[in-house]
Ligand binder design. Sequence first.
Ligand SMILES: [Zn+2]
Length: 474
Amino acid sequence: MKKIFLALILFYSFAFSNELPDLGSSSDSIISAFQEKKIRMQLLYQANQSPTVLKDPEINAYMERLGKKLMHGSSLLQTDPISFFIIQDRTINAFAMLGRVIGVHTGLIYAANSESELASVLAHEIAHITQKHLPRIIEAQSKDTFKTSLAMVFALLVARSNPQLANAAMQTAQASAVQSTLDFTREHEKEADREGLKILSKSGFDERAFISFFRSLDEANKFSSGAAPSFLRTHPITLDRISDIEDRLTQIPYKQREDELSFALVRAKLQAFEGNPSASISLLKTNIRNKSGVNQDADHFALAYAYLRGGKLKQAQDSFDQIKHLQTVNPMVNELKANLLLKSDKVNELEKHYKQALLTFPNYKAYIYGLAHLYLSTNQIKKAMLLLEEYESIQPYDANLYKLLATAHSANGSLYLEHKNLSEYFYYNFDLKEAANQMGLAIKSVDANFYDKARAEQRLKEIQGEITLYDNIQ
Ligand SMILES: [Zn+2]
């Protein structure tokens, strides 16, 4: 139902207009800021629901940080953030969508040889957004081939309601269905390269990575029909595109840039959680023995996680010991240690470990979630609440936080606070209807006093106001 809804939004976007400030381009008149926000909410809602979208707080935080760095390189975006989500798919792809949303395949993260290479593809996608390429395409379609567009949108709608895809709204097939309806032109690609290069440069990445990544994609494409094509299909790399970028690079001095350790650790964690643990273990052991991996520390890190997955605690500990000196350098290494303690049932040590880790890396999401889970599972409800409430004052838009708070209040027998927090959980997961439902339940809770009810009624009004606002946007 939701998926059909999105297709309808895309359809309606052809016909209606205009809240965006006039920036002198006719493309601004086709999709309003409100329409884009509605599409954005719908897309992010689907991404949250999809089992193929990665939910790992550390990997998502890394992508968010990388995205923020790039946005600082693009002055247009300071106030209006772009959201990224990661899809577990080994094909190399990334795609910008309406609503300032970018999907990134895990295959792209693997294929990039450096952080700058990954950043170069993201910068290119961000440029498609800042240059408003999708609204421009929609505008062109609505002028020239409205009937064809309509047919295309309905084809998209049918593809979207395919029951096999029902539980995986963000699966590649659908993403590319959207993509193929909204193909970028050669001019769009060149413009995204030019603007992307500027973004990359301003945010301190190595601009040469742009060309090195495209070159290796092109090479990969020549030799295999498997891994490379999806990105190449949606963003064809032509010779004149490459020479255009090379021309620009001749004017830029060489820049040496060292990757953040997290880049290697993110790839290592993805690798450790993919496929069969024993296959990962034997591959990583070979890499370490032959020193054939790109980063030995990251290989030990991945091997520790792979052993943990395979239930081999002793070996996992041995692998961790190889990199334990990095605990003060990188928060992901501390989280690995926490996972070791958790799997070994060392509850007291785990609490101490998390508290120490939070001193070194304050407000690190994975630690907050981990420590809260620990408190909840050992029935230390008051401690869980204190931790979560303190964190809420710093990170008030985090859906997971409200889910944990709801669990804590439920364990405490507080119905009103359970529903109130569940409402916020759904709200920040872009499910406004369920948020309203839960706030309604909060109002009706037997333990809600007069002031609680008044506050909940006020919040319910706000949520219902938003629902009405979005329902009226077509
Ligand atoms: Zn492109």
